[in-house]
Write a protein that binds this ligand. Sequence first.
Ligand SMILES: Cc1cc2nc3c(=O)[nH]c(=O)nc-3n(C[C@H](O)[C@H](O)[C@H](O)COP(=O)(O)O)c2cc1C
Ligand code: SF4
Ligand code: SF4
Length: 265
Amino acid sequence: MKGIILYYSNTGNTLLACNYMAYKMKQVEFEFCNIKKQKKINLDQYEITGFATFTDAWEPPKLFVDFIIQLPEQKWKPAFVFNTFGFLSGKTLKSMAHHVTGRGFTVIGGHSLHTPENYPPMIRAGLDGAGSPNKGELKKFDEFISNLGDKIDAIKNKKEIMPGKVKIGIINTLLPTYPRSFIQPLMGEKKVDAELCTECGICRKECPTGAITLDPKPVFDTTKCHYCWACYNRCLQKAVYTTKFRGKYHYPRPGERMKEKLSVL
Ligand SMILES: Cc1cc2nc3c(=O)[nH]c(=O)nc-3n(C[C@H](O)[C@H](O)[C@H](O)COP(=O)(O)O)c2cc1C
Ligand code: SF4
Ligand code: SF4
């Protein structure tokens, strides 16, 4: 069976987890689509579609939701939803399931995985989630993958596609909507240290919204910015800084501990 995972990952936690899922689900030959690079996709040749991203202010990132809602309408095609989060996942999974169902998919399962924080304000607050996922969280992740595999086997055997329950837990259910207006002030104005910047262009490449141009140093278009911190986190020189954060609390990519836990070797 051929499947595809449509993912949005800025610092690699979600992508690492997707690789792990694809490796463990032997029933499916998965391809990957990075929605940051590929905005349009024809899903006709895939029998199962995975949607994977990270929590952004207790919701899926706007970029990912916008991607889902422009997908061609499907007829009961099986899908699963998945997200990583650093502290509290909020309504991310429910919201993803809602939008995916809205395009005509049948959501057969969903899971949220606790991973290290890549959000500098939380890391500064001492909540870096560095030890996550812990043993229990990994066990639940494995159970999710195994149950999903069973459902896929049933689909292969032409059994009826049954919608799965997407649970988010009581705390997440009770959380109010996180005001988007909190996001921008927490980051502050973005700037570049001209002495550190090597004009490598990584920030421009990693920016999901095309908000960065090189002239020859990066210039930020605040009207396009989603305040995702990718430019700050991914700059190897730590040349991107803000009026509130400089030279600290970066999360450029998953660390060794996290990589070991989700190793597919
Ligand atoms: C702008 C932004 C907002 C975030 N908001 C939340 C949040 O509300 N709750 C949470 O648990 N984690 C939050 N995080 C942390 C990420 O969801 C988490 O670290 C995730 O694994 C990063 O995924 P990636 O490495 O695939 O980009 C946020 C991260 C960023 C950059
Ligand atoms: S990633 Fe950093 S070093 Fe490279 S162009 Fe951007 S600011 Fe400069
Ligand atoms: S400019 Fe804005 S949208 Fe682009 S990477 Fe930086 S924070 Fe994200």
